[in-house]
Design a binder for this molecule. Structure first.
Ligand SMILES: NC(=O)c1ccc[n+]([C@@H]2O[C@H](COP(=O)([O-])OP(=O)(O)OC[C@H]3O[C@@H](n4cnc5c(N)ncnc54)[C@H](O)[C@@H]3O)[C@@H](O)[C@H]2O)c1
Length: 262
């Protein structure tokens, strides 16, 4: 029987990797506002005091754990630890953004080691944690996984956006995000009949103090004439995690103000 309020996450336990980041914090908050009990995993505790206060002021169930997703040893026992302390995980959102310090600085002279390191830190971590949590969810009746990909997993960054600016989107990012979208579908196909839904979202650019010239160029490429804010990415993710999306799996929901449809 379907929940009479199919978008409510009451009684669900959610985990968000990168849960204190720009997008991860908005996702954590939206999931908690929808009734889920949320654990934000992040490798630093920056901003936690601020979010903790906001959660307690609003009666949202939110906790934080220091957690490095690039540490891919003993995945199953670390998930077991998370479940022992907070209960079975119904919702897992991959929203961390691990990257090397030279990220986005090597588009002209490709650094092979850095390229490989970023693919491993980001693509492999997303895929491996998804693999292990899907297997656990299958043993306790199902769940929902959402991977945060990007429009750059489906289309190339327009070089005109970056012309004469000290900014780039590395080619590794396209390989990583395209890989995450493909792996999302692979996992969805394997676990669908065990009640585990696996979806991706592909956000476009989110407003975050980009240079005005970049924002102007970017805005002109979207149907809505502007970049997104983090909340506008978080609510579609809540939807994918809810029973309202019970028949959606293996999908890649594009949240880009129409950029890729033009
Ligand atoms: N910001 C955008 O415009 C945008 C657009 C499309 C997609 N995305 C995607 O959204 C996701 C989140 O990006 P963001 O903009 O919120 O980035 P962000 O840097 O603001 O947040 C990422 C969070 O991940 C955490 N993190 C980094 N390495 C980690 C690790 N090894 N283990 C655990 N946590 C770790 C960081 O501490 C940070 O809190 C990424 O997958 C990114 O590719 C972002």
């Amino acid at each position: 029987m379907m929940n009479p309020l199919p978008f409510s996450l009451k009684g669900k336990r959610a985990v968000v990797t990168g849960g204190l980041g720009l997008l991860g914090s908005a996702i954590s908050k939206a999931l908690a506002q929808s009734g889920a009990s949320v654990t934000a995993l992040d490798y630093t505790d920056k901003n936690w005091e601020k979010y903790k206060k906001q959660a307690s002021d609003n009666n949202w169930a939110m906790t934080f754990e220091c957690f490095d997703i690039t540490d891919t040893d003993n995945l199953d026992s670390r998930l077991e630890d998370l479940e022992e302390t907070g209960g079975n995980i119904d919702i897992w959102v991959n929203a961390a953004y691990p990257r090397t310090t030279d990220w986005a600085k090597y588009s002209q002279a490709l650094n092979t080691a850095s390229w490989q390191q970023n693919v491993d830190m980001h693509l492999s971590s997303y895929c491996l944690w998804s693999e292990f949590i899907a297997a656990r969810m299958a043993t306790h009746g199902g769940g929902a996984i959402v991977n945060v990909a990007s429009i750059y997993g489906i289309v190339a960054p327009d070089p005109e956006l970056y012309a004469n600016l000290d900014m780039s989107t590395p080619s590794a990012y396209s390989a990583i995000k395209g890989g995450i979208i493909a792996h999302t579908k692979h996992l969805a196909a394997r676990y669908g009949r065990q009640g585990v839904r696996v979806n991706a979202v592909s956000p476009g650019g989110i407003t975050n103090q980009q240079p005005a010239i970049f924002a102007d160029r970017y805005n002109a490429k979207t149907m809505l004439g502007r970049m997104a804010n983090a909340e506008e990415i978080s609510w579609p993710i809540v939807f994918l995690c809810s029973e309202g999306a019970n028949y959606i799996t293996g999908a890649n929901l594009v949240i880009d103000g129409g950029l890729t449809a033009l």
